[in-house]
Design a protein around this ligand. Structure first.
Ligand code: DUR
Ligand code: ZN
Length: 143
């Protein structure tokens, strides 16, 4: 497994803009908590996602999961970083289910949590989901 690539300041700026912008795609009439996410693929493509809620609350889909599903179904399976931001404007941390969904495709992904002004806190997924369970535990080599 290769080490995660640290982003340049230019890449962080672009990621911040894409992430904060993605919040406008949120459908969140119930929580009114608008979350945006932006993935960077290995080839440098940005894929945005936002939370999509449902009247049956348990069916709500997080922004990070929307971004992963969009990216994977567009043919991307390798990611270097994800940005997350919310309408709270403070650092928003991916929930446990999102961490597990990210882990499937990007065990070394860097998670940038952006505040309204573009400042961020960054943690690698390995720190946010230690001793994680993944494809290798089922003897599956990810394609
Ligand atoms: O990691 C997270 C945590 C929460 N939400 C969404 C789900 C729900 O729509 C709203 C309130 O939990 O925030 C995300 O999009 N990502
Ligand atoms: Zn989540």
């Amino acid at each position: 497994m290769s080490a995660p690539a640290i982003l340049t300041s230019g890449e962080i700026k672009a990621l911040s803009a894409k992430t904060l912008e993605a919040r406008s795609l949120s459908y969140s009439p119930y929580s009114k908590f608008r979350v945006g996410a932006a993935l960077i693929t290995l080839d440098g493509t940005y894929v945005q996602g936002a939370n999509v809620e449902n009247a049956s609350y348990g069916a709500c889909i997080c922004a990070e999961q929307t971004a992963i599903v969009k990216a994977v179904t567009a043919g991307h399976r390798h990611f270097t970083a994800i940005g997350v931001a919310s309408s709270a404007g403070t650092y928003t941390s991916p929930c446990g289910i999102c961490r597990q969904v990210l882990r499937e495709f990007a065990p070394n992904i860097l998670i940038y949590m952006f505040a309204e002004d573009g400042t961020f806190v960054m943690e690698p997924l390995t720190a946010m989901l230690p001793r994680s369970f993944g494809p290798e535990d089922l003897d599956v080599i990810r394609e």
